[in-house]
Write a protein that binds this ligand. Structure first.
Ligand SMILES: Cc1cc2nc3c(=O)[nH]c(=O)nc-3n(C[C@H](O)[C@H](O)[C@H](O)COP(=O)(O)OP(=O)(O)OC[C@H]3O[C@@H](n4cnc5c(N)ncnc54)[C@H](O)[C@@H]3O)c2cc1C
Length: 389
């Protein structure tokens, strides 16, 4: 194994895999490191991809479940509001399979893959970075010109690079089931209940084959495992789980403070959850993973080929944060509502035509992580692209 790379990426979730492949395709020597042994273990996502991602990125069809266009939004008293989109809006990724597929594409592009290896620390030496990595009892050093933190919500790389770190999270836990029975078409069921899921939702994502049953909320306000059990019994009249078999359980921290401002410097940058690139309202992070990683790959390629640090100025969370202003406000409101009666009233209002448009916008709107125009010149100091969607 070689010991010197252009770029080292810590973390082989969706963000790290996408970025590694693109950098290698740009001709760079890339090392991808993850502490997991195989990528289908300990998955941190339900895997619901939104229409915009499915349209803009090439996600292999056989790694996706059936198309979903129906959403049922339940009030705390379990009164449903049915929303149907004109479009096919969502598909649930078969995430273990998808990560493995993306890893194959990385290897094919020339990425060096180091599984079961943890990033420990780094130091600077002769203009390069020296990384300490540990695989079991073995500690090894490698040198790299640039370091990318794709190591999730509580990023060690962010801390070591002295970049900004996430400070607001919700936690999500879910069971993945086979054999659940739900009448009607594939759909997402979202349950607003400040006791069961304080500050977020409980959910059932059902695509006719896989069912994901989960709860999310602020960790200081609930205990997720009992909440998940409680949720399972609460929905017994809605979904038949008597013959359902749990095939996996998933959990993770979800940063909801909005994309961080300071996410790049001359030694490294952050992508995915490490950069806080998650919608503060819906907690959707898969689309931001794809978009921000593609942008990072362009910026890093430019930076390493020119050595011009100005290149990195366009990779600033400040550019993206303005796009999230309304969602950050909505997050503040979601974080403070504790009374079920208030949410019940809110849900009743969503039945009024003017507010039902809002519900449709939240679930079916095409606003996600901003696109960075292809013609953005990353050498100019921080231009502000015109995002209007
Ligand atoms: C329960 C749950 C459900 C969700 N559902 C959805 C959804 O349906 N749709 C959606 O859009 N978003 C969803 N999200 C958010 C979305 O999944 C995340 O934003 C996204 O998966 C983040 O990807 P990532 O690559 O940045 O991080 P991760 O997928 O967390 O990957 C980080 C990787 O870094 C590795 N790592 C960490 N530290 C080290 C280290 N020191 N050394 C080596 N390796 C390290 C980890 O092993 C891991 O593989 C959900 C999140 C959760 C927790």
């Amino acid at each position: 194994m070689r010991t010197s790379y252009d770029v080292t990426i810590i973390g082989a979730g969706l963000a790290g895999l996408q970025c590694a492949r693109l950098l290698a395709q740009n001709g760079l020597n890339v090392l991808l490191v993850d502490r997991k042994n195989t990528l289908d273990q300990k998955i941190h996502t339900t895997g619901i991809f939104v229409r915009r991602t499915l349209v803009d990125f090439d996600i292999p069809n056989d790694c996706l479940g059936e198309l979903i266009k129906h959403v049922s939004l339940y009030s705390p008293a379990l009164r449903p509001l049915e929303l149907v989109s004109r479009h096919d809006e969502f598909r649930i990724g078969r995430m273990g399979q998808l990560y493995q597929r993306y890893l194959q594409q990385c290897l094919h592009a020339g990425v060096h893959w180091l599984p079961q290896t943890s990033y420990l620390s780094h130091s600077e030496a002769n203009g390069n970075l020296k990384l300490r990595l540990s695989s079991g009892s073995l500690t090894r050093s490698i040198t790299t010109r640039y370091l990318i933190g794709a190591d999730g919500a509580r990023s060690r790389v962010a801390r070591d690079l002295k970049l900004e770190q996430n400070s607001e999270w919700i936690v999500g836990v879910e069971s993945v089931l086979h054999g659940a029975v739900l009448d009607g078409p594939p759909r997402l069921l979202c349950f607003l209940d400040p006791k069961l899921a304080p500050g977020y939702i409980a959910w059932i994502a059902y695509d006719g084959e896989e069912t994901h049953l989960g709860v999310g909320g602020y960790p200081s306000l609930f205990d997720p495992i009992p909440a998940l059990q409680n949720f399972r019994s609460r929905v017994a009249g809605i979904i038949d789980l008597r013959n359902a078999k749990q095939i996996e359980s998933r959990a993770g921290f979800i940063p909801v403070g909005g994309v961080l401002k300071n996410i790049a410097n001359a030694t490294g940058l952050l992508i995915g959850d490490a950069a806080g690139a998650v919608s503060p309202l819906t907690a959707g992070g898969l689309d931001p993973c794809m978009r921000l990683s593609a942008f990072a790959a362009r910026v890093v390629t430019d930076y390493l080929s020119t050595g011009d640090a100005q290149t990195l100025r366009s990779y600033s969370g400040e550019l993206f944060r303005s796009r999230f202003a309304s969602r950050l406000w909505a997050r503040r409101i979601a974080a403070t509502v504790r009374q079920p009666q208030l949410l019940e009233l809110g849900c009743a209002m969503l039945r009024l035509p003017v507010f039902s448009r809002l519900a449709n916008h939240v679930f079916f709107g095409r606003g996600s992580f901003p696109d960075v125009p292809a013609d953005i010149d990353s050498r100019k100091p921080a231009p502000l692209p015109d995002w209007t969607c």
